[in-house]
Every structure is written in C-alpha cells, then in structure tokens.
Design a protein around this ligand. Structure first.
Ligand code: C5P
Length: 209
C-alpha cells in the first residue's frame, strides 16, 4: 500500500509520515528533503537558484545519503527549496527516484506537495494536511529554537505565506489537494492527535479494500 501525505502543514508533516510508517511497518520518504538537498547543493556551490539547468544537473546526481544532513532543515534552505522545486526539469529528474521508492515492498509513506497528484496518483490513501498559518508559524518557530536557531515568529509566518503562495501558483506540480484525498486539519491537534486521526483514515481505507 502507498500512503500519500501532502499539504502545506509541512513541519508537522514529516513527523506524521514517519509515525504512520512506523505504525504500519512501511518505509518512509520525506520528499521535502530531496528538494532541500538540491537547494543546499546550489547554495553551497554559489549557484543562481533560478538556473534550471544547473539545478537539474544537481538533482540528477543527487546522493540520498545527504537526506540525513541536519543542515537541510534550516529556514534558508527551505526557502531556496521552494525556488528550485518550481523548475520542471528538477521535478522530472526526481520523479523516478520517488516512484521507485513508493513501489517497493512492503508499502510506503511519502510526504510532500505533489505525491497524491503527480508522483503516486494511484496511492490507496491520500491525506492532505492543513493547519492555520499562524499555528504552523508557531510550531516552526519552536522547532527552530529547539535547534538553537533564532526565530522571529512574524518573519517565520511571512516566509510560510510566501512559500505557500509560490507552491500553489507554480505551473509545475502546484500544491493542490487531490480529489480523492482526505483533508486533515491539525490546527487544534497535537502530534499524537494528528497521528491518531491519520491512522483512523488509513485503517478505514484498508478495511474497504
Ligand atoms: O516540506 P518541506 O518544507 O521540507 O519542503 C520544502 C520545499 O520543497 C517546499 O516549500 C516545496 O516548495 C518543495 N517541495 C515540493 N514538492 C515536494 C516536497 C517539497 O515542491 N514533494
């Protein structure tokens, strides 16, 4: 079974995907890390983020071993990821890797922006996670402080809104809810509550099969 988790509520999302995968003994891929890895390599190389050909070359040569790099989690890399991920050639280079990951046994949880719409439209369960932007900014600021980074919540909120806008309005794989996705608003839920709600959605889908 493939479980697709999409939506703008990114920070809670990685945890949700990981927790769901652990619950069902499936493999987990946080696809945001892929775009973050391309973005960080661009920043490290001093490349122009707008240079689609360079970004596509980096995407093609990407080594999944870098996905564990804690430096991928910063706000700067996230903002750069939102720029490089808008390049159609970059998304094309990363498609096969994501589809191969999803197809392997025993099942997989992928989270991102376009899993249910583009990468795995055939996913048996699709969950679209949303939360109020202010709630997401607060969570993101707490995460940043926990990592020892400075966080100005108003600036984090502005960044979130800008990124959402870019993700929704780009022409290549824009962020949108698949028609057959279940919307999960976790504004009023803690992580445990969000995980329970998602498990209920998946269990109901499994029972129908
Ligand atoms: O989810 P995360 O914050 O790590 O994603 C960083 C950026 O990568 C997003 O803002 C989005 O622009 C891009 N992304 C994407 N498609 C995905 C996952 C992430 O375009 N499947």
């Amino acid at each position: 079974m493939i479980i697709a988790i999409d939506g703008p509520a990114a920070s809670g999302k990685g945890t949700l995907g990981k927790r769901l995968a652990a619950h069902y003994h499936y493999r987990h891929l946080d696809t945001g890390l892929i775009y973050r890895a391309v973005a960080k390599a661009m920043l490290d190389a001093g490349a122009d983020l707008a240079d689609e050909a360079v970004a596509a070359g980096i995407a093609q040569a990407l080594d999944p071993a870098v996905f564990g790099d804690a430096a991928l989690k910063t706000q700067e890399v996230g903002a750069a990821a939102s720029v490089v991920s808008a390049h159609p050639q970059v998304r094309r280079e990363l498609l096969a890797f994501q589809r191969n990951f999803a197809a392997g046994p025993p099942g997989a949880v992928l989270d991102g922006r376009d899993i249910g719409t583009v990468i795995c439209p055939e996913a048996e369960v699709k969950i679209f996670v949303v939360a109020r932007p202010e709630v997401r900014a607060h969570r993101r600021a707490l995460e940043m402080r926990a990592r020892g980074e400075q966080a100005d919540e108003a600036a984090v909120l502005a960044d979130i809104l800008k990124r959402d806008e870019r993700d929704r309005n780009r022409s290549a794989a824009p962020l949108r809810r698949a028609d057959d996705a279940h919307e999960l608003d976790n504004s009023e839920l803690d992580i445990e509550g969000g995980v329970r709600a998602a498990i209920a959605i998946v269990d109901a889908a499994r029972a129908r099969r």
